[in-house]
Design a protein around this ligand. Sequence first.
Ligand code: UP6
Length: 335
Amino acid sequence: VARSSFDERALKTTHPLSAYLLRLMAIKKSNLCLSADVSTTNQLLHLAEAIGPSIVVLKTHYDLISNWDYHPSTGTGARLNRLARRHGFLVFEDRKFGDIGSTVQAQYVEGSAKIIEWSHITNVNMVPGKAVVDTMAEAAARWRQRKHYEVKTDISAEAPTHDGRKASIVSITTVSQHFEPVNSPRTHDEFAGDLFPDIEEPPLERGLLILAQMSSKGNFMTRAYTDACVESAREHRDYVMGFVSQETLNAQPDDQFISMTPGCQLPQDTEDEDAEIQGDGKGQQYNTPRKLVGIMGNDIVIVGRGIINAANPRTEAERYRRHAWEAYLERTSSS
Ligand code: UP6
């Protein structure tokens, strides 16, 4: 698997959202996820607008945002989704759910945040046991069914079809080629549907990543724990897209899991990936895209402060995109 291209894997995976994401990666030539760890709605949306063209996934911690607006159609999640649709990226709430199944179901679907409504992907900490994944899968399937019905009754003529999905991918290319400048006078809400009315949403299926390995020093995720995560993923191939992990965990021919990897930075002020990178002094450990994608076989690198704290986050995001993409090309072309 590590050597197959994202395009090839898009055809093999049975998970509709994974297929969509893999095709998006091939089209945007990006395997970069921005970890948008900022503290206000404005900062979040501005960053999404500026960096949208370079990424395929934008990761949130909604509980870091002091003024997160929960309104279903005008709130922070809804506005972020419009930018996601315009630039062609998926939203990933890094919630790391970690309670008993019944509590997690309610936190995922209901409560103040209603994460399932605005986040295509979320993740789970499997410490409570496999049942937590079972219950999330169940909740997502129920949500999808309801949503499918709503979409059908609302806009029956435009209900997404298999071919429609293909069309939406094509128009996303158009969007990323013609994205608006950062300081565009257009407000975040004006664009939706106006500029490119034929853009469709990604498939309605939601996806889960299992937190199978962590980047932080001295974490307690043992091999046995990681193996159990893989086992659980195999039991839910229609819901689990893959892992947050430090290496690819695909081991069987049927494994088409995507691995997304935090703890990624490039050395500053040099293109040399062998230069030294410091941790953050709080347990975080960093590796370069070449190591994470090229050697460890991960698919998407997750970068937060490496981009956000740069003098020009937009050009820095492009630099990360380029390095991560080159590592992927090298991996898939080597024999
Ligand atoms: N994250 C990790 N390591 C993990 C899992 N998740 O760093 O094993 C998350 C953090 C943060 C981001 O919660 O949002 O990835 C990393 O940010 P950074 O690039 O600024 O270190």
